[in-house]
Design a protein around this ligand. Sequence first.
Ligand SMILES: [Zn+2]
Length: 372
Amino acid sequence: MYYLNLFKMPKAVVTKITSLQSRFFWGKSDGTKGMSIVSWSLIQKPKSQGGLGVRDLVLKNAALLFKWWWRFDKEECPLWKRVVCSCNKLDSKKGLEKQQMKNTRSLWNTIGNLRFSEAELFSIFYEGMQLQLGDGTRTLFWNNVWMKDGRLRDRFPNLYRVAVDKACTISDCSFWDGYVWRWGLQWRRALWLWEEQELSELQTGLTKVGIRQSEVDKLIWKHDKEGNFSVKSFLNVLYKNKNLGQEPNMFNFYNNLWRSLVPPRVEIFVWFVILERVNTKDKLVRCGILPTSEITCVICGKAPESVHHLFFTCEYAWKLWGSALRFWNILWVWAGDPRQCFESWIHGANRKGEKEDWMTTFFCCNLVSVET
Ligand SMILES: [Zn+2]
């Protein structure tokens, strides 16, 4: 982790570690590669977003390196920053994005050039950094993100084009008139009609801005309640932005799935059941591994063996569920696919003290179904 905190991991190392992780999940006991049953991107997605939470090393590495960007902008001038600025000929008062890395052999060259090498991640990171307005002396009116919906130069490109001072701070283009804060934006020429419309929209937004003379402008991370950057929150934002293709993008059941009520391997197994990614016979027939004639349930032999059948509606599985429900004295009907079954089960017991036992019953019945 120390290495990832300072250096960009070579692609060969990433490939090797990912291969070892994949082998751990899908490898057979004889060491050969087995069949993967969910996509690797879903394995890497955070549990809070429906995945298994095995972190993507490339994203984790990038998030750790971007933390230096945050610290460089946020921390005034601690010793480490003075040393870095001195060795790399950087200006400690300017953000890294405005500076050229002159020392190409320095590890800060890699960190500073992340804005080019990881341009997509950088734009997400940069968009998350927001200036909380104080007296307006450190916030660039057009170029910093200090209002909702991004930079003003992007939201009002026509006005930006004719602005006299494109690099002005907020305090440069506004002033106190007695107790009233007024804006004094200047244009290179008279505005056209469509520019006037943009100006009207801009002025409406500016009326909601509050200037606090007693405070300086403060950098905040908008994805955290306290405004502090953390690798975890940045990774969550990155995963939300990552396209997971056709994989199921899950909702709120994860809170009840990953509660440590049962051992992790049981939780993971039930996660596969809910996703319907267990190698039941219907799937093996679809893959051409089994002939169609062998699709019937291995337990009852009366219906095609799907995840829903094997774990919920097979007469033997149902006997198991029935005995559990008799214990709880509850009448129950399964509806929909395994995911909907789990969702409906979540709401089955609401009394305090009962909910955990009720949820554990679900895990146990799934496990015993497959052991049968
Ligand atoms: Zn059956």
